[in-house]
Design a protein around this ligand. Structure first.
Ligand code: PGA
Length: 243
């Protein structure tokens, strides 16, 4: 995994957005998988500005939501699909049919997940990921098989607790649907984004600990084209040898 470290969160945001614009220009049909969460918020805002400024276009690309919480009201603003709509999709020129979401309220979840995989087709060109405090990728918690498909998953207690920051209520979701590790690890390019001091310990573990499913993020060290973007705080427990 290539590690890119930035002195400030602003530089971190600008660098990710700049590379993303580059990827869209090189391949306007870019097939992208995107997380919600706090980490990418500024990147999405910068990409929205870039589209408004005419610097780049999502018009021919497609975007797949990485995951979705189950057990929430259809209009809960904390749903990942709603968060992505607010933060990026509704602010750029992506045609709405090219935004693909997982529906946890569907009557039959297995065929729905299989259809999502079929729509992904030959794999993602680019996947952006945040990193969970326990190393989860999307809702692929520690212990998820490396060949896991898009599926229903139960969230670990620590993930349930830390999701409280996404919701204005205490009805925290305990399960969800997620793109599996197979499609994430099989993507042509993966960007793992980490920002802030809270992520420093798991970032160090991801780079220095054992590679294995007990820390899903560590599996990206075996990926041929994975990049870890760190601001100074997220990289705060690394030493020079980790560059
Ligand atoms: P965050 O979430 O971006 O809100 O920190 C990342 C994650 O837990 O996957």
């Amino acid at each position: 995994m290539n590690v890119l470290r930035f002195d400030s969160a602003t530089q971190w945001t600008q660098a990710i957005a700049s590379l993303w614009r580059d990827r869209l220009r090189s391949n306007p049909n870019l097939k992208i998988c995107l997380p919600s969460g706090i980490t990418p918020v500024d990147v999405y805002a910068e990409m929205s500005r870039s589209v408004r400024a005419g610097l780049v276009s999502f018009a021919r690309s497609s975007i797949f939501a990485l995951d979705e919480f189950g057990g929430l009201a259809v209009d809960d603003p904390g749903r990942t699909s709603r968060t992505l709509r607010r933060q990026l999709i509704d602010a750029v020129d992506l045609p709405l049919p090219a935004f693909h979401i997982l529906d946890p309220d569907t009557a039959d979840i297995s065929p729905h997940c299989a259809a999502y995989e079929a729509t992904i087709g030959d794999g993602f060109d680019l996947v952006l990921l945040g990193i969970g405090l326990n190393g989860h990728l999307g809702m692929n918690e520690p212990g998820s098989p490396i060949d896991s498909p898009t599926r229903r998953v139960e969230l670990h207690d620590s993930t349930v607790q830390s999701s409280a920051r996404y919701f204005a209520h205490q009805n925290l979701p305990r399960w969800g649907l997620t793109v599996g590790l197979k499609a994430l690890l099989g993507a042509r390019e993966v960007w793992l984004l980490a920002k802030g001091a809270a992520k420093a310990a798991i970032v160090r573990e991801t780079l220095r600990g054992e590679i294995g499913v007990s820390n899903p993020a560590s599996l990206l060290r075996r990926h041929p084209n994975a990049w870890l973007f760190l601001d100074a705080e997220a990289g705060g427990l690394l030493d020079a040898a980790d560059h």
